[in-house]
Design a protein around this ligand. Sequence first.
Ligand code: SAH
Length: 391
Amino acid sequence: MNIKGTVTLKQGRDHSVKRFHPWIFSGAVQSYTDSLQDGDWVEVQDARKTTLGYGHYQKGTITVRVITPGHAAPGPAIYNSKIEKALAVRLEAGVLSHSTNACRLVHGEGDGLPGLIVDIYHDVAIVQAHSAGMHHDRMHIAEAVKAVLTQASLNVGAVYYKSLLDKTGSEYLLGMAAVPHVVLEHGSKFYVDWEEGQKTGFFLDQRENRKLLGEMAKGKTVLNTFCYTGGFSVYALQNEAKLVHSVDASEKAVALTRKNLALNGYDPNVHECVASDTFDFLKDKKDVYELVILDPPAFAKHKDARHQAVKGYQRLNAEAMKMIKPGGIIFTFSCSQVVDRQLFYDTVVSAGIQAGRPIKVLHHLSQPADHPVSLYHPEGEYLKGLVLYVE
Ligand code: SAH
């Protein structure tokens, strides 16, 4: 890699990088090479000019995202070796199998590649850059993804770059593939459209939670709110739920849920899919459902929005707790990174108090092994869930 300059830290501000935390905040920086551009590779030094690591420079709160901690400069195969390690973790965890051909291959900081997401949908890989450096290196990354997967006999014919900014920045970096694509997850089929869909087209992070939901859905009347592609709905039906209703505010999401139900052999006219705001939908549904899923979008994307988000989670959970049938089960989630596990738990407790019903916690849920969290970067844990039994 072509190292374009140096970022020197203030005296005493080298601890976190030595402890493998990948972010260097602007407040820790003493000086940097004037000519640096967003996305450049830089060397990070302590105040005594000792090398601490290498990474991507970007103006802003996070000045450097460290990719290779330590003295050794990254060679041209740095992405290959990091992606090889990431694949080894997925294979070790047994994420891919004859019944699952979609998974996250690279989960940013959790895989030592801050700013980079790579998802695999059967024979297509989707690359998403959350930093200028990863955006800049996207072609290297695409080639590394293809080389590593080919080496492991996982056939990937196309690599698509999904821009965070707008559709015009999105393109096939290698090969081509048609959308929508059908993927397999624990034996269920789903259409994935990475060109039009949210994020990279599918929420892979709920895979294991959907499986647990399926195991608890047999014979029940199920309500899946914020359903998007209908993932939870399909799992409930695969496991003989009596009736499943799916709700999403977006017409496109509702259409996608209908298609996914049909793809797996279920009639979307029997298992209704409704375009509605969840809060409105819940109003007149007392004692109808025995299992309710609450998987809203991140109510808070920044710390400033945390208070509002907590109020949103509290209201949503309280409404569901009030309407669910006695003996019902609620799967409740938060994917807001700024609302941590404890705060989410406390919020659900206050919702319970507001609903005024006795409630037990059956499971604490999280993100799966293909969304790993570095022990030294707890910020990487974002998905929290609880399974509740409402008396
Ligand atoms: N549970 C889904 C992912 C949910 S993503 C899965 O397993 O794949 C969040 C979804 O919530 C989006 O599809 C969005 O359209 C929907 N949404 C956002 N606000 C909403 C609201 N107030 N009521 C209903 N749906 C909403």
